[in-house]
Structures are given as structure tokens and as C-alpha cells.
Unconditional design. Structure first.
Length: 197
């Protein structure tokens, strides 16, 4: 009887691990490790995890990212960098992430206007202070078929921790650079872009 329970436990554990590995592969296929990324948050480094460091793609957006423009149905670049994952003393999981989402401006470089920056860092969530946030696309290298684009950019942002009262929450400076980040471009967006590869 005891041996049957052990065999059942091992079998169920193996099935769960196998199922989890298939789910992980489906998600990780969209992630990348190429390019260069460096960010400093309030004097500390935002450290990327060892593998599947970021996910980057262009999307069609139907609303403003930062509520500063009324333009609808435009292309936007969405990049999420994945940092460390850990558990606190109570066993709660926390994943560090840094996300940028900005309007593509028809494939041009320069300071972006419609931008949203979110940061999860050292157990806290932060959002950008728009008037103290700057994101500059410095270079775009398009593939011949426009299915991918290598994005380089510099950013300097003031980020406020989520909480209440808002004015009393700490503010940190987020500053850094990304070089040759590989962004996937869906065909329906690539066909609308007026860019030279």
C-alpha cells in the first residue's frame, strides 16, 4: 500500500513537471537574449535574469499609453525586460520587470511623445512621472523583410512608487541604455510602415 502511494506521488509529480515545462517553452519562445541593456534604479543596478532576458514586439494600440494624445489605432513598440525573481520572508513571490511602451512615430528616431514606463523593483511597483521622463530612440535597424527591427535607445525617468498618499511616496531615478534590442514586427504593422530597411 505504501509503495503504491509513493509510485502514485512520483507519477503525478512527473506529469506536473512535464506539463509545466511545455507551458514554459511556449512562453519563452517569444523572449530574447540578444543586444545590450543597462539600467540604474536609484543608484542600484537592474540586473537581468540569465536567460530569456526580454520580450519585444510592435503592437497596434487603440488608446494613448500615457493619456497625453488622442490619436487612435497607431503602432507602438512594447519591450519588457525581466530581472530577478525571489520570495520574501512570508513566501510571497516577486518578479522584477521593467517595461517600456511607446508610439512608433512611423519608424523615426528621436524623443518619443506617447510613452508608458512601469517598473517592479525590490518588492515595489513604480510608475513614471511624465514631465520628468525622457525616452530617446537613437537608432533603428530594419531587416530587409521588415519582420524585425533592432532598437537602440537612451532613457532617463523619474519613477514614483505606487501608494497613498501619492505625494508622500518615494521617487527614484531610472537611467540607462538599450542597444540592438530585437523587436518582432507583425506583418500587418510592417506593411503600413514607411521606412527604409
Amino acid at each position: 500500500m505504501r509503495m503504491q502511494r509513493i509510485i502514485l506521488f512520483v507519477f503525478v509529480s512527473a506529469v506536473l513537471m512535464l506539463t509545466a515545462s511545455f507551458k514554459k517553452q511556449a512562453i519563452d519562445e517569444r523572449c530574447s537574449n540578444s543586444g545590450y541593456f543597462m539600467a540604474i534604479v536609484g543608484g542600484g543596478m537592474f540586473e537581468l535574469r540569465d536567460a530569456e532576458k526580454y520580450r519585444a514586439e510592435m503592437r497596434t494600440k487603440t488608446a494613448s499609453m500615457n493619456n497625453r494624445t488622442s490619436e487612435m489605432n497607431r503602432s507602438a513598440t512594447s519591450i519588457t525586460f525581466y530581472g530577478n525573481s525571489f520570495k520574501d520572508a512570508e513566501g510571497n513571490s516577486f518578479d522584477e520587470t521593467l517595461s517600456f511602451e511607446y508610439a512608433l512615430n512611423n519608424g523615426s528616431t528621436g524623443v518619443v511623445n506617447d510613452l508608458k514606463v512601469d517598473l517592479n523593483y525590490e518588492k515595489y511597483k513604480y510608475y513614471q512621472i511624465p514631465e520628468k521622463t525622457k525616452f530617446t530612440v537613437t537608432k533603428l535597424d530594419w531587416s530587409d523583410d521588415h519582420k524585425t527591427c533592432l532598437v537602440s535607445a537612451d532613457f532617463d525617468c523619474k519613477m514614483r512608487r505606487w501608494g497613498f498618499p501619492v505625494d508622500e511616496q518615494p521617487v527614484v531615478r531610472l537611467k540607462g541604455r538599450m542597444v540592438a534590442i530585437n523587436v518582432t514586427v507583425p506583418p500587418w504593422i510592417a506593411s503600413k510602415l514607411n521606412v527604409e530597411a
